[in-house]
Design a binder for this molecule. Structure first.
Ligand SMILES: [Zn+2]
Length: 354
């Protein structure tokens, strides 16, 4: 912690090792739980306060050097942007302490810099707490959460806005870069923010050959992955082989993390559900409700599903397979299933030569 109450009940922000030396010997209390604090002023860590003996639940994580450095970085960056900045604002109504708050034209934005583990459920509860006070909250993933391509572990940080679409934030205090990652289908657009420099944007593509995607299903079948075996049972009942599922299930994926099944598997299940009949709107809508986005607690339930659904219907429409009717859709042509993975791969090769 960087902010504490002194004996006169005033808030004191610990800004330097020098200041910490001067304050040594005075007594301080936690603004949230009122527990006694001590000053930690070692050579390695940023000067900070720590609880003497009690644990404190106001913050979303225990203090660490990375977390301390990140809070200072965000405070300084907010000041450079011209915002009013407060460190560790405590909201007694919800018993939560925000890492950093930026205020601009009366609009407060809570920044939570998350370095240690936090469950999607806890993140959801803390987000709801801030929202109950009318505060916007932005979660920023720390180094432990930074990977090349966001997956299930990063889904808890994914949020959506009209301007940026699906995106998440990450901060590495060591390299002093705050990054926004926008997830837009086969690409990620990354915008880096450094103090005192203009933002820099670059684009990365998701590169995975179609053949590898198809082979991954075959491999999951060989390893008898439970979710895949369930789909395979459904396919077998219709005389089909999951490894030979139509190529369309791999194409133009949204690559959004946070749902409890891979995108290709949802598409395969969709085909197995609807391929043999005209598609009724109500049944189609109900289909997507079997999936949960509990791992992406900052998004309203159903938002990921509907984005993935929209993309899938577009792929089908684009391929000229469906025609919309008053009550749903009818098939113009049914996508082709293959007997085996080899036959499927062969068809891909032929399509490319043709
Ligand atoms: Zn406390």
């Amino acid at each position: 912690m960087l902010v504490a109450l002194n004996q006169a009940d005033e808030l004191v922000t610990l800004r330097s090792h020098d200041q910490a030396r001067q304050l040594f010997g005075q007594s301080f209390r936690c603004p949230a739980c009122k527990g006694e604090l001590r000053i930690k002023n070692g050579a390695q860590l940023i000067a900070h306060f720590a609880h003497k003996d009690n644990a404190c639940n106001a913050s979303s994580e225990p203090e660490s050097e990375t977390h301390l450095a990140g809070k200072w970085w965000l405070a300084k960056f907010g000041e450079q942007l011209g915002d009013q900045v407060a460190l560790e604002t405590y909201y007694p109504q919800i018993q939560q302490r925000a890492d950093v708050v930026w205020e601009h034209h009366g609009r407060s934005r809570v920044l939570e810099f998350q370095c240690s583990g936090i469950s999607p459920e806890r993140l959801r509860v803390r987000t709801a707490g801030y929202q109950s006070l009318g505060l916007e909250v932005v979660w920023i993933a720390g180094p432990a959460y930074i990977t090349r391509w966001p997956g299930g572990k990063q889904a808890r940080f994914v949020q959506w806005s009209k301007n940026a679409g699906f995106h998440l934030w990450q901060l590495n205090p060591q390299s002093k870069v705050l990054t926004r990652l926008q997830l837009i289908g086969p690409a990620i657009v990354e915008t880096d923010y450094r103090q005192g420099l203009p933002p820099q944007t670059r684009r990365r593509e998701y590169i995975e050959p179609l053949a590898s995607r198809a082979k991954a299903i075959q491999l999951a079948l060989v390893h008898r992955a439970p979710a895949v075996m369930k789909l395979q049972a459904q396919a077998s009942a219709q005389g089909r082989n999951l490894a030979g599922a139509p190529w369309l299930i791999h194409m133009q994926l949204r690559h959004l993390p946070g749902l409890d099944a891979p995108e290709w598997a949802m598409r395969a299940a969709w085909l197995l559900t609807f391929q043999a009949q005209p598609i009724k709107k109500a049944a189609e809508a109900a289909f997507w409700r079997q999936y949960s986005s509990v791992r992406a607690p900052q998004l309203p339930e159903g938002q990921l599903q509907s984005s993935i659904r929209r993309q899938w219907l577009e792929v089908l429409n684009h391929a000229g397979l469906l025609q919309e009717t008053a009550t749903g859709w009818q098939w113009l042509r049914v996508p082709q299933w293959y007997q085996t993975i080899d036959e499927k791969l062969q068809a891909l090769g032929q399509a490319r030569q043709g």
